[in-house]
Ligand binder design. Structure first.
Ligand SMILES: Cc1cc2nc3c(=O)[nH]c(=O)nc-3n(C[C@H](O)[C@H](O)[C@H](O)COP(=O)(O)OP(=O)(O)OC[C@H]3O[C@@H](n4cnc5c(N)ncnc54)[C@H](O)[C@@H]3O)c2cc1C
Length: 464
């Protein structure tokens, strides 16, 4: 190998975190090398995660709305419907997104290398290309954004055909008749509710007594009710002993209680692990945590000050939205640029059916911090738009201080939750008093009106 090619900034990984880091570097006038081991840029977000799962979700919702319009249409879903038929828009969505990203990188003069990156020293990175050749690059600042992949537990023989993970679930050809989902987190709950809505007999199994335990319980109660109405089942407080395909038609999941569950397919969604194994981090002196994450400070700076790590590789919240911002902020910090005020309130969007979203303090957190909380509620069925659109299953929960004056948090379950939440987020950012939501005029009929109804509910409690 010849002497290293010099750059101002090296970014490893082209997912949301790496991409935004590279763009920020280029916008600051730096010569940037972006290294991506796969043929395409975009990362898990575009090819295995966010975009494919949300496209399937959208198709499922559209199809079910159509099938439910029985007063107008008389249709039923074919028994042999293929997943690809449901994902007709996926290819278009992914290609459009991929092209947009590639063009953006080209426009900003970023040098893209397709190959696997590994550190040679704390300033040098070796790129092992697909054609067998290698290149060496060097820079004073390096950003690691190598993301994560599904965790594969030792006792579960994932074969990507009968026992699948979240990367392989969308390679299913036909919709299975039954699906056991192992896990109760975001990815497990999202896929479980999508497949249940599509008419698959879904059973979710997890150790926790309810799915998405980190969320406000009223939200998860609403989710469980809707999930069960579509024919889904949640089995909490269960540990998995073994999972085995019978070589013919079914997979048997044996629980530690001795109970067995049989299904055509199993989805394993038991967490994610950081992609560190090819990085040769030992060449830099960075020591991963016992959970296999790269430890960083609040600037996403590692123990080697000129090496930063951003996105899923540093662990929670492991969201595309946060990963992008971490990438941008890390590069600003490294280059001595002002990244702006650090986001205090990170919204959480969960694309289950129905959707859930929250920002700010939960009722329990507010109570612990202020010695109490006033809670206002607005149900979608009380709102004209909810009735008109048939979106009557939903709740907006507004959390205020004990006096019921200051907004502290918003929690929403129901279609549109991930969009609606941003009104509350802006309110929190500007320390909005509850009364602003009452004085304000909202378009009629909208779901946004739930903010006014919940604020009025708080004001009513103030008078007592
Ligand atoms: C099913 C699913 C649904 C999701 N839904 C949402 C959602 O709705 N909203 C949301 O905000 N987030 C969602 N996420 C999470 C989101 O996808 C991730 O948080 C996000 O992709 C993380 O971005 P990243 O840049 O850190 O890593 P990634 O997107 O994982 O990208 C990392 C890139 O680095 C490359 N790479 C790895 N090692 C090397 C190496 N040694 N050399 C070169 N390249 C390397 C990989 O090939 C990959 O392209 C979802 C995830 C999944 C799995």
């Amino acid at each position: 190998m010849t002497s290293p090619i010099p750059f101002d900034l090296i970014v490893i990984g082209s997912g949301p975190a790496g991409q935004k880091a590279a763009i920020q570097g280029a916008k600051a006038g730096k010569q940037v090398a972006l290294i991506e081991q796969t043929r395409e840029v975009g990362g898990a977000c575009v090819y295995q995660g966010t975009i494919p799962s949300k496209t399937l979700r959208e198709s499922a919702l559209q199809m079910v709305r159509f099938l439910q319009a029985t007063e107008v249409f008389e249709f039923r879903m074919r028994d042999d419907v293929k997943i690809t038929n449901l994902m007709t828009r996926l290819d278009r969505v992914v290609r459009a997104h991929g092209k947009f990203m590639k063009d953006q990188l080209t426009r900003n003069g970023i040098d893209c290398f397709h190959g696997r990156a590994g550190f040679v020293s704390d300033h040098e990175v070796r790129i092992q290309k697909i054609d067998g050749t290698a290149a060496l690059v060097t820079a004073p600042i390096i950003i690691v954004a190598t993301g994560s992949r599904p965790r594969v537990p030792d006792n579960i023989p994932i074969d990507h055909e009968h026992i699948l993970d979240s990367d392989s679930i969308l390679s299913l050809v036909y919709l299975p008749k039954s699906l056991t989902v192992l896990g109760g987190g975001v990815i497990a709950s999202e896929y479980a509710s999508i497949f249940a809505l599509l008419g698959v007999y879904v059973t979710m199994v997890d150790t926790a007594d309810r799915p998405l335990k980190f969320l406000d319980q009223e939200l998860t109660d609403e989710f469980c009710e809707a999930f069960e109405k579509t024919g889904g089942h949640y089995r909490g407080g269960q540990k998995i002993a073994t999972v085995q395909w019978d070589g013919c038609s079914k997979v048997t999941t044996v629980l530690e209680s001795g109970e067995t569950l049989e299904s055509e397919k199993v989805l394993v969604a038991l967490g994610r692990v950081s992609n560190l194994e090819h990085l040769h981090l030992q060449a830099t002196g960075i020591q991963p945590t016992t959970r296999g994450l790269i430890p960083v400070n609040h600037h996403c700076q590692t123990t080697v000050p000129h090496i930063y790590a951003v996105g899923d590789v540093i662990g929670p919240p492991s969201l595309a939205s946060c990963s992008m911002e971490q990438g941008r902020r890390a590069v600003c910090h490294a280059l001595g640029l002002n990244p702006g005020v650090a986001p205090e309130h990170i919204p959480m969007g969960i694309y289950t059916i129905p959707e859930m979203s929250s920002v700010g303090l939960s009722e329990q957190e507010a109570t612990a911090k202020y010695g109490g909380a006033t809670v206002g509620r607005a149900r979608f069925h009380e709102i004209a738009r909810g009735q008109i659109s048939g979106m009557t299953h939903g709740l907006l929960k507004m959390i205020a201080d004990p006096k019921g004056e200051q907004l502290l948090g918003i929690h929403i379950v129901g279609e549109g939750a991930t969009e609606l939440i941003h009104i509350g987020q802006m309110g929190l950012l500007h320390n909005m008093p509850i009364d602003r939501f009452i004085d304000n005029i909202f378009n009629f009929p909208t779901l946004a009106e739930t903010y006014r109804v919940a604020a009025l509910d708080i004001a009513k409690q103030r008078q007592h």
